[in-house]
Design a protein around this ligand. Structure first.
Ligand code: ZN
Ligand code: FE
Length: 242
């Protein structure tokens, strides 16, 4: 059985999620704080403070609040060594394939080029949880700003090889638009139709669709359903023009 872990979702900007969760030793981690204000408001409420900040990639909606949080709380910033020049100064620089232990929690660093070159995901095997930034979304995937379709396809295969029960925390609430596209792109797929209906209900009540699971994404995400880089590239181009 996986170790249970409660992850707080902090909405930021129009559709970002910042994640806050406890590590095994009780330290508190924040993932991709694009804005400091909602994170500070959260800690003012709980009386806790962050100890570690995990960054997935250099875009401002993911790193914009990191320096302010470090100044205020003295927390440590963790990010990809290979992309360090585009990130706030890293206290802990990690590389693809690293297995790090932060406050008693094992974390595997998985490089997922595509959305950017240098994007990484943080996978916690004992918690069966992965923070994927802008690599994968519920029923979608990140736009190819820097990488090729081939690179993104390979990155998604790395995520796809994890256990089906893996909880996936994506950094944006893009689900309804993704589900509409998925349904148009793969109109015969009943899982996608069901998901579109289900997510419309959730969003009508303003309920987050994150996290998702790898099991669900394998059935309903066109970019994970794609079995070749060519099929993936077709889907990505079709979504860009949808
Ligand atoms: Zn991004
Ligand atoms: Fe983003």
């Amino acid at each position: 059985m996986p170790i249970m872990m409660t992850v707080n979702l902090i909405p930021a900007f129009s559709d970002n999620y910042i994640f806050i969760f406890p590590l095994n030793g009780g330290a508190i981690a924040v993932v991709d704080p694009g804005d400091a204000a909602p994170v500070i408001a959260h800690f003012d409420k709980t009386g806790q403070k962050p100890d570690y900040i995990f960054l997935t990639h250099h875009h401002d909606d993911h790193i914009g609040g990191a320096e302010q949080l470090r100044t205020k709380y003295g927390c440590k910033i963790i990010g990809h060594a290979a992309d360090a020049k585009r990130l706030p100064a890293l206290d802990i620089a990690v590389n693809n394939g690293d297995q790090i232990n932060i406050d008693g929690t094992d974390i595997n660093v998985i490089r997922t080029d595509g959305h950017t070159i240098g994007h990484i995901c943080y996978y916690m095997p004992a918690q069966e949880t992965i923070f994927v930034g802008d690599t994968l979304f519920v029923m979608g995937c990140g736009r190819l700003f820097e990488g090729t379709a081939q690179q993104m396809f390979e990155s998604l295969q790395r995520i796809k090889s994890l256990p089906d029960a893996t909880s996936i925390y994506c950094a944006h609430e893009y689900t309804l638009a993704n589900a509409e596209f998925a349904n148009a792109h793969l109109p015969e797929n009943e899982e996608i139709k069901n998901a579109l209906y289900f997510f419309n209900q959730l969003r009508a009540d303003n309920i987050p669709t994150v996290p998702t699971t790898l099991r669900a994404e394998k059935l309903s995400n066109p970019f994970l359903i794609a079995e070749s880089a060519e099929t993936f590239a077709e889907a990505r181009t079709a979504k860009d023009n949808f």
